[in-house]
Every structure is written in structure tokens, then in C-alpha cells.
Ligand binder design. Sequence first.
Ligand SMILES: NC(=O)c1ccc[n+]([C@@H]2O[C@H](COP(=O)([O-])OP(=O)(O)OC[C@H]3O[C@@H](n4cnc5c(N)ncnc54)[C@H](OP(=O)(O)O)[C@@H]3O)[C@@H](O)[C@H]2O)c1
Length: 226
Amino acid sequence: MTRKIGILGGTGPEGSGLAYRWARAGEEIVIGSRDPARAAETAAQVRARIGGSAKMEGADNVTTASQCDVVVLTVPFSGCAALLKQLKSVWKPGTVVIDTTVPLAASVGGSPTRMLGVWQGSAAEQTRELLPAGVSVAAALQNLGAELLAKDEPVDCDILVCSDDEKATQIASELAEKIPGARAINGGKLENARIVESLTALLIGINMRHKVHSAGIRFTGLPARK
Ligand SMILES: NC(=O)c1ccc[n+]([C@@H]2O[C@H](COP(=O)([O-])OP(=O)(O)OC[C@H]3O[C@@H](n4cnc5c(N)ncnc54)[C@H](OP(=O)(O)O)[C@@H]3O)[C@@H](O)[C@H]2O)c1
């Protein structure tokens, strides 16, 4: 069975970069937006970049969340709670949500190198609180920048996947590794997302100090994959 991957906020650089990488790997993608025309426009642009075989369409966020098997959250943290409340009744049981969002102070006009305090502990735990039972969540991809995703070369980083759900961990890890150069690492429980999210603020500061857009994270000492 073909799965559909929906990307809420897929018109932005992070979501469209993931759409590009995953569609190139043969995945079927739905770009979600508050405005279906904007979603269709982004889908057409990404499809044109890849060529004829890309499976990609655009839809509003409600249609995207209700029709896709895997839904990736790529909207600014400041918009997440309202969007998830709007979507509360539309999810299919069994949907896996992959949360890439980072509660950067920049999402409310502050510094991109500082974090907002989130009552639940992390953006991902807030997301879980706003999803109905039967929809699972993994936090992943928060440390992989849009500028790297937009390129054609392999990325050079590990992707930490944090979740309390085995299926969500497996799907998020599989999709992370469809991005050439990325290695998925099981980062443990969803509550660990608070550590991973804050690494993004650190990486943004490192990028700024070194005048690059490519800083990423690699873990050493792990067994080689067979
Ligand atoms: N950019 C990166 O390098 C990067 C890296 C790792 C993680 N992330 C995370 O990925 C998410 C998206 O990042 P981005 O840079 O792509 O963000 P962005 O361009 O600011 O926003 C992405 C899309 O979200 C939608 N959106 C904006 N405000 C919204 C709101 N209040 N409610 C609902 N939808 C809204 C917009 O789509 P429509 O107007 O079409 O609805 C927009 O195109 C963020 O949470 C960020 O922390 C980003």
C-alpha cells in the first residue's frame, strides 16, 4: 500500500525541503498550507525541480491531516497550538505525526538562539497533548536546517528520533534515512525532545559565529550499521 506523507506548513523552507528530499526518494507527498492555492504552487515548484515522476500535490492543512498516513509538522512554534486545536477532530486513528518544530524565541519576535519555556517541557510534548488518542508522535529533524535540505548533496548529520511509540520511532527513523547522508539515532522517550529542540538554538548560534548554514550533529562511538 502506498503511504501519503502530509507536510503541514509545507510551503515554508523546512517543509518544502523535506518534501523535495522525500519525493526524490519516491515518497508520495501532500504539501499542506492554510491556503490551498499556495500549497498547490509550492507542490508544482518542487515537482518541477524533481521532474516528471514526482508524486506531489497541495491541499489545505485540514485535508492534509485527514488524508495522510504520516503527517509532518513544519509550522512556526507560535502557530502550532492553534493549528492542532483546529485539526483535533480530523485525524485518522493510526496516523503518525512527526514534529520538527522548535520553540525558538524567534517565533514570537525574540532571538533565534534562545528557547521559549514550554509548559509541557517541549514543543513535541505540547503536540502530543493536543493530538487525540490513537495518533502517535515522534520528534525528529529539528536539527536539520532548511538550507541543507534545499541542496542536492548529501547532508552530514545524525537525526535524533524521540518517541514513546514504536511505530512512530520506526517511521520517523526510516524517513530520516531517506535523506542521503542522514543517520537516524533512537533518542529515547518523547520527553528527550526538550534536549534535542534546544540543540537547534545552539546550532543556530554556531552557524552565526562561523558564518555558515551547515552545522550539524554527529554522535561517535556507536556500532557501525550492517
Ligand atoms: N527553517 C529551518 O532551518 C528549520 C530547521 C529545523 C526545524 N525547523 C522548524 O520547522 C518549522 C518551520 O520552519 P520554517 O523556517 O519553514 O518556518 P516558516 O517559513 O516561518 O513557516 C512555515 C510555514 O508555516 C505556515 N505558517 C506560518 N505561520 C503559521 C501559523 N501561525 N499557523 C499555521 N501555519 C503557519 C506558513 O504556511 P502557509 O502560510 O502556507 O500556511 C509557512 O510557510 C518551525 O517550527 C521550525 O522551528 C526549521
